[in-house]
Design a protein around this ligand. Structure first.
Ligand code: PEP
Ligand code: MG
Length: 888
């Protein structure tokens, strides 16, 4: 097994092994772009280290061989006293985790070689500044010394000299800073700063390995659903310097605008600066376009390289580069993150440019991005008090209370408050606050600052670099033009325009929703490029997908909306939703009925109401299937609350005011009270013990169907029985239903063709699916109850009780109620599909649990061969898109 790859040996498809950064550095090297030479230690080596606590035995020799080759190539040795080769040691996982893991620059500097660097560069200040940066970074990330200590020392040095910026410190100042930094290391780390360059390098490599399991990295992975066992690669790259004077600098660039997708020159440049200065947003950068004025040769070369990269990767790329005394070097590239809107626009632009085809375009966008575009935005007409304006870094409209630190953000959001996290700039320590906040606002930093990059990745609203805001985190407030905003004051931020408002600004629906609703046409002038792009991508999606998409809807209104959103039927009409409000009392009367007469009367009252519901629903969905589920929830849900009723009865008793009805009601409530109602008298069990209930519902469906046929409609109802565990239950209900349908057919003369099927939402149903299919014409997987019963935890309680602990411990990365548990619940679905189809080859199969609208789960349902997924109306576009992505 080979643990080290030279940049000339890898390529962009080796991300698993070399990490994203390493694979792309290799790719650029092979494209003959100017990449400083170096090599990559694989993720496999990291995995061995993380598993055993030791590097693989062969690693040391392999690194030596590659280092030798690098030294020969560069004509100098690592840390060589008179002319040192310096290297950077950078983490680089398969998925980018901005700022989450460690990097150490300037490895190879020591008390000896700092002088050599000074002589070679002709710049003593530069050499000592590089050395103090090394000790600082090494001390913090490798030796675990509190970084604040170095910062304080640096501030003290500036204060002593009465200057404000680092660059005003001269060589002598930096030299004495190096001495203080070394003392800090020695006293805090219990060891001296290592002078041996190879030891520096080896320790830095280990620190990078270990940073994979740092708290920040773990939190980020959970948030982004990145598996915890991938490990990171380590890139060792010869140093180039952007801080060698005004003809040097460092920058980041995008081949297109990551916020809008527009082609052009986007990026930030910082003259006379090194490494992370730009991304950290510490000093204010200039727009990349200014580089043309500063250094035309490098600018032209960069533009040329960007074009090469776009054509090669066929996608938006982002780039980190450094200019060392007029020589341009590429330090990193990758397919860049982008906003949801940009993703759709770029995908269609690339199709138009002939770079990608429609199937590839579908892979370039996600359902999650589409969902983001469906968020509401601020009403532009609304007159919020404008506080200031920053950079529109990540779109959306966020309203919340101002908080100025992550701790408060987390605390307040836990108690249900919506907060906006306001910082001068963010750093990786702010991650949990950023997750907790509705939106992020900073007063410094550009589109590529930490806040902007991380927020975009999370799909969270962000405005950054709002320079008018004077943020005072210590006093928990900010001032804008004399106005003070305290912690807890409401602010609204618009991540699409960069505007910051005081107070709560009203929001309006997104144009994408307006489009889906049919209130805006893709070609219309005001629709804009975004709607046009979404329209095209959805058209590709509908051409490609195999899965049909239905809606969970219980009213004609929802059904019509679902239809506009592209629903191809209703997969679940929960009839219990038709018994709310005053109808609840009718069900109460049914439950309380002592005699057949009373029961019949109650059912006769319910029948016409149900029939009317169904007529409206079938009309709204004319020509499309409508799966109506018979009553499912425990009966006591239709009765008054036991405590309230007990109190009422007791009070009445004390007044000697006996209310017969309340007494009966109380008895019924007691009789029907269950410790575990979700495992009790519900679903098909109701149909079997409450005489006439299911028959009434079936009759209503049948008569509504007949009425629609009579009105020249095309009703396509399917009757679904919930919570079946054995085929016998289904057979009994089926016989009764067939009798009722036959009666209605005889009475109306209509041929109704009503399909009868069942939900598969209990493990036993899934395990005996072959038998159940004998009596069912279709299955619809109820993955909510199936998840609940397979795991044995209550869907109503767990999210609030132990799920947080489970997520923190990594037992699962995402709630199994949100994304289907492939290995457990999914395995049952898979085998039930096979068994069901074995019995009845034309068995129709769908899913109507919440998972039907979850992107990852949709891919699973495509894989196991379901015919359709059913989800809430609002998620239909997402399901259509993901069904296509699964098929593309
Ligand atoms: C299910 O259990 O997945 C389902 C769709 O039914 P309900 O959520 O109504 O129990
Ligand atoms: Mg259910």
């Amino acid at each position: 097994q080979k643990f080290v790859y030279d940049f000339t040996e890898g390529n962009k498809d080796l991300k698993d092994l070399l990490g994203g950064k390493g694979a792309n550095l290799a790719e650029m090297t092979n494209l003959r772009l100017p990449v400083p030479p170096g090599f990559t230690i694989t993720t496999e080596a990291c995995k061995v280290y993380l598993a055993t606590g030791e590097e693989p035995a062969a690693l040391r020799d392999e690194v030596s061989a590659h280092l030798d080759a690098l030294e020969r190539h560069m004509g100098k040795r690592l840390g060589q006293a008179d002319d040192p080769l310096l290297v950077s040691v950078r983490s680089g996982a398969k998925f980018s985790m901005p700022g989450m893991m460690d990097t150490v620059l300037n490895i190879g500097l020591s008390d000896e070689s700092v002088a050599g660097l000074a002589r070679q560069s002709g710049d003593e200040r530069f050499a000592w500044d590089s050395y103090r940066r090394l000790i600082q970074m090494f001390g913090k990330t490798v030796l675990g010394v509190d970084g604040e200590l170095f910062e304080e020392e640096l501030e003290a040095a500036k204060a002593a000299k009465q200057v404000t910026v680092d660059t005003d410190l001269d060589a002598a100042d930096l030299k004495s800073l190096v001495q203080s930094f070394k003392k800090i290391v020695e006293s805090r780390a219990g060891r001296a700063f290592p002078q041996d360059p190879r030891e520096q390098m080896d320790l830095a490599v280990k620190a990078v390995f270990e940073s994979w399991n740092g708290d920040r990295a773990k939190l980020y992975r959970r948030q982004e659903r990145i598996p915890g066992d991938l490990g990171t690669a380590v890139n060792i790259c010869s140093m180039v310097f952007g801080n060698l004077g005004p003809d040097s600098g460092t920058g980041v660039a995008f081949t297109r605008d990551p916020a809008s997708g527009q082609q052009g020159v986007y990026g930030d440049y910082l003259q006379n600066a090194q490494g992370e200065d730009v991304v950290a947003g510490i000093r204010n950068t200039v727009p990349l376009a200014d580089l043309e004025r500063i250094d035309k040769t490098s600018y032209d070369r960069l533009m040329q390289i960007m074009e090469t990269l776009e054509n090669h990767y066929k996608d938006l790329c982002d780039i980190e580069f450094t200019i060392e005394r007029g020589q341009l070097w590429m330090l990193q590239t990758r397919v860049g993150k982008r906003t949801a809107g940009a993703a759709f626009r770029i995908a269609t632009q690339l199709v138009d440019q002939g770079l990608i085809d429609e199937a590839e375009a579908l892979k370039r966008v996600t359902g999650a991005q589409l969902a983001q575009l469906m968020f509401p935005r601020f009403d532009e007409e609304a007159r919020g008090e404008l506080l200031g304006r920053g950079i529109a870094a990540s779109p959306g409209a966020a309203v919340g209370k101002a908080v100025f630190d992550s701790y408060t953000a987390v605390k307040w959001s836990r108690s249900g408050e919506r907060v906006i996290l306001i910082r001068r700039e963010t750093n990786p320590d702010d991650l949990d606050g950023m997750i907790a906040a509705e939106g992020i606002l900073t007063s410094r930093g550009g589109k590529t600052s930490h806040a902007a990059v991380v927020a975009r990745g999370m799909g969270k609203t962000c405005v950054c670099g709002a320079e008018e805001l004077d943020v005072d985190t210590k006093r928990r407030r900010m001032t804008v033009g004399g106005r003070v905003i305290e912690e807890g004051d409401l602010v609204s931020i618009d991540g699409s325009t960069g505007k910051v408002y005081l107070g709560e600004v009203p929001v309006v629906p997104s144009p994408v929703v307006e489009y889906f609703e049919g209130r805006m046409h893709a070609g219309a002038e005001d629709a804009g490029e975004l709607v046009a792009a979404v329209h095209r991508i959805m058209a590709y999606a509908d051409r490609v997908r195999r899965l049909r998409v239905r809606a969970n809807a219980d009213s004609a209104e929802d059904a019509l909306r679902a239809r506009r959103f592209g629903a191809q039927g209703i997969g679940l009409c929960r009839t219990e939703h038709m018994f709310l409000g005053e109808r609840r009392e009718m069900v109460e009367r049914l439950i309380l009925a002592d005699t057949d007469d009373e029961r019949t009367t109650a059912l006769e009252q319910l029948l016409p109401l149900q029939r009317k519901d169904f007529i409206e629903l079938f009309e709204a969905m004319d020509g499309l299937p409508v799966t109506v589920r018979l009553l499912d929830p425990p009966l006591h849900e239709f009765l008054p609350d036991i405590t309230e009723l007990s109190v009422r009865v007791a009070l009445a008793e004390s007044r000697e005011d006996h209310n017969e009805n309340d007494l009966r009601l109380l008895q019924a409530v007691h009789r029907l009270h269950e410790q575990n109602p979700m495992l009790g008298l519900r679903g098909v069990r109701l149909g079997l013990v409450v005489p006439g209930l299911f028959a009434m519902q079936v009759r209503a469906i049948a008569e509504a169907t007949a009425a629609r046929i009579d009105a020249k409609g095309d009703p396509r109802a399917e009757i679904m029985i919930p919570l079946v565990g054995t085929v016998q239950e289904l057979e009994i209900v089926r016989e009764e239903a067939e009798r009722v349908i036959a009666e209605v057919e005889a009475a109306t003369g209509a041929e109704l063709r009503l399909a009868l099927g069942t939900m598969i939402e209990l493990p036993r149903a899934a395990l005996t699916a072959g038998q159940i299919a004998e009596a069912a014409e279709f299955f619809s997987f109820g993955t909510n109850d199936l998840t609940q019963t397979v795991w044995g935890f209550s869907r109503d309680d767990v999210e609030a009780s132990f799920f947080t602990a489970y997520l923190e411990k990594g037992i699962f990365g995402v709630s199994p109620f949100e994304t289907i548990d492939r290995d457990g619940v999914g395995a049952l679905v898979r085998s039930a599909v096979a068994a069901g189809r074995a019995t009845r080859p034309d068995l129709k199969l769908g899913v109507c649990g919440e998972h039907g609208g979850d992107p990852e789960s949709v891919h699973f349902f495509h894989e196991v061969g379901l015919d359709y997924v059913s989800c809430s109306p609002f998620r239909i576009p997402v399901a259509r898109l993901e069904a296509a992505r699964a098929a593309a």
